[in-house]
Ligand binder design. Structure first.
Ligand SMILES: Cc1cc2nc3c(=O)[nH]c(=O)nc-3n(C[C@H](O)[C@H](O)[C@H](O)COP(=O)(O)OP(=O)(O)OC[C@H]3O[C@@H](n4cnc5c(N)ncnc54)[C@H](O)[C@@H]3O)c2cc1C
Length: 452
């Protein structure tokens, strides 16, 4: 071999030697919102070494899980899958807290995660069938009023003539705090031996002969590295389609991100102070609420201000808009018309529960845009994805399309994702029904619908 070739060989060998060896991870979970944190926790507690990658810092500023309150509710028709998802999630939350208490010696309370309060639903004549199904043989403790005068006498509520009211009363129904839950799940991941890298964004995910390759950017210093993983969970919320563009391009057609908006209001301090004790207690007792109009107005206490008064959050489940640029959506201003919608609907409800306020008494404290990830049927996906020959890839799991309903079932979605990846089952028949409803067949049938 000539001297020149020897030099080339030496340079190549030196270059190789200097390159960071690619790490091989057992399981990488992408996305540290509610779903990714739940999946990573459920894997870590079963002894799997997990790496959770999140592009944001440990303090979240955007993402579908952003905020301090989500409605936690169990009510549904007989054998409702979402009832199971919520109820199992409550049980799993208790297990998580038990684990944290055991490992840290610090007392944990479910009341840090959940705020128990009645959940009020207002139905109308057009939804009477759904109302009847809910109250018939209901196992969740409820009280209900079948018309306006019934609502007046039972709940001291003045609702339209065509309205019916149900009140769900169950421990851990009310609201849950996503930020607290995420924090606790991430604490659990670390205590169980898992790792979390914040400010690490996966720019590319591809399949290799023996697993997956991820191009990961450290957003703190701009450096990039290639990681290898044996198994992957994609839990990137509205970014799932983008993340999976090379490996499962069809996901971006199945999950449609849509903008929704939220308004936050307080009562003018003087007005709040002038309310009687009973009236003030109504903020505890009559929130959260879901008013089942076409828009589905929902409102809840986001948090309590330092002066002891509630900050109320209001949104419309069906007030959605197409998105042109996902990254910009979070910064999109809430318009005056959207603010007025929130103000009017909140005042209307406050008056229905006999809190004598006007629109002017509401002080806007915040407003922001957020994103729903929608599937065709609005039923989420927790399933393995297809590999190149269109078979189920047991090593790649998607948790996505969570719409506006995911939070209450967080730990169950995470459990299902973990079980799929580990090839585990749960004996409860309802678990099978749920995994079927969220599973691969659901994804395939949505794909077929899309093709037709
Ligand atoms: C306005 C609103 C109200 C809601 N109300 C309720 C309610 O009352 N009750 C209820 O049960 N549910 C509710 N939900 C639904 C619930 O909040 C969501 O289902 C849930 O938060 C979805 O969590 P996620 O982890 O899938 O998504 P996200 O929270 O968006 O998490 C995804 C994470 O992935 C990260 N990420 C994305 N791409 C990458 C990448 N390439 N690399 C690294 N990280 C990445 C993101 O930064 C993000 O943190 C509501 C949702 C919204 C938007």
């Amino acid at each position: 071999m000539s001297f020149r070739w020897n030099c080339y060989l030496l340079i190549v060998l030196l270059f190789w030697g200097c390159q960071k060896p690619k790490s091989i991870e057992n399981i990488v979970v992408i996305g540290g919102g509610l779903m990714g944190s739940a999946a990573a926790w459920q894997l870590a507690r079963q002894g799997e070494h997990v790496l959770l990658l999140e592009q944001q810092d440990s303090v979240y500023t955007f993402g579908s899980s952003y905020g301090d309150a989500r409605i936690s509710r169990a009510l549904g028709p007989k054998n409702d899958l979402f009832t199971y998802l919520q109820q199992r999630s409550v049980e799993e939350a208790q297990l998580l807290l038990n684990y944290l208490e055991e490992k840290t010696g610090q007392k944990q309370s479910m009341d840090e995660v959940y705020h128990t309060s009645p959940v009020t639903y207002i139905y109308y004549e057009s939804e009477k069938m759904a109302f009847d199904q809910l109250v018939k043989n209901q196992t969740i403790p409820t009280e209900y009023a079948v018309n306006a005068s019934d609502a007046q006498s039972k709940f001291d509520m003045t609702v339209p003539d065509s309205a019916m009211v149900i009140r769900e009363k169950l421990p851990y129904s009310g609201t849950l705090n996503p930020q607290v839950l995420i924090h606790k799940m991430q604490q659990g991941i670390r205590l169980a031996g898992g790792s979390i890298y914040f400010r690490h964004r996966v720019n590319q995910l591809i399949r290799t002969a023996d697993g997956y390759e991820l191009e990961v950017e450290n957003l703190s210093d701009g450096s990039k590295q290639t990681m290898r993983a044996r198994r992957v969970v994609s839990a990137a919320g509205p970014y799932n389609g983008q993340l999976l563009k090379d490996i499962a391009p069809y996901v971006s057609e199945l999950i449609r991100p849509q903008r929704v908006f939220l308004n936050y209001f307080k009562l003018n301090a003087q007005v709040y102070q002038s309310l009687s004790e009973d009236q003030q207690a109504k903020f505890q007792d009559y929130f959260p609420v879901a008013d089942i109009t076409q828009e589905i107005m929902y409102a809840m206490v986001e948090n309590w201000d330092d002066d002891g008064s509630p900050v109320l959050k209001i949104g419309g489940h069906y007030l959605r808009q197409d998105i042109t640029n996902l990254d910009n959506t979070w910064k999109k201003e809430v318009t005056p018309a959207e603010e007025a919608w929130g103000r009017d609907h909140l005042v209307r409800y406050l008056n229905q529960i006999h809190i004598p306020v006007t629109a002017e008494d509401l002080v806007k404290t915040n407003a922001h845009s957020c994103v729903y990830s929608l599937t065709r049927t609005e039923t989420p996906y927790v399933c393995s994805l297809m590999n190149a020959d269109k078979r189920q890839d047991p090593n790649l799991v998607l948790v996505g399309g969570m719409s506006g309903i995911g939070a209450k079932g967080t730990l169950t979605y995470g459990l299902i994702a973990a079980n799929i990846l580990l090839g585990k089952e749960d004996p409860a028949p309802i678990y099978h029904q749920v995994t079927y409803a969220l599973g691969f067949q659901h994804l395939i049938s949505d794909l077929k619908e899309n093709e037709d």
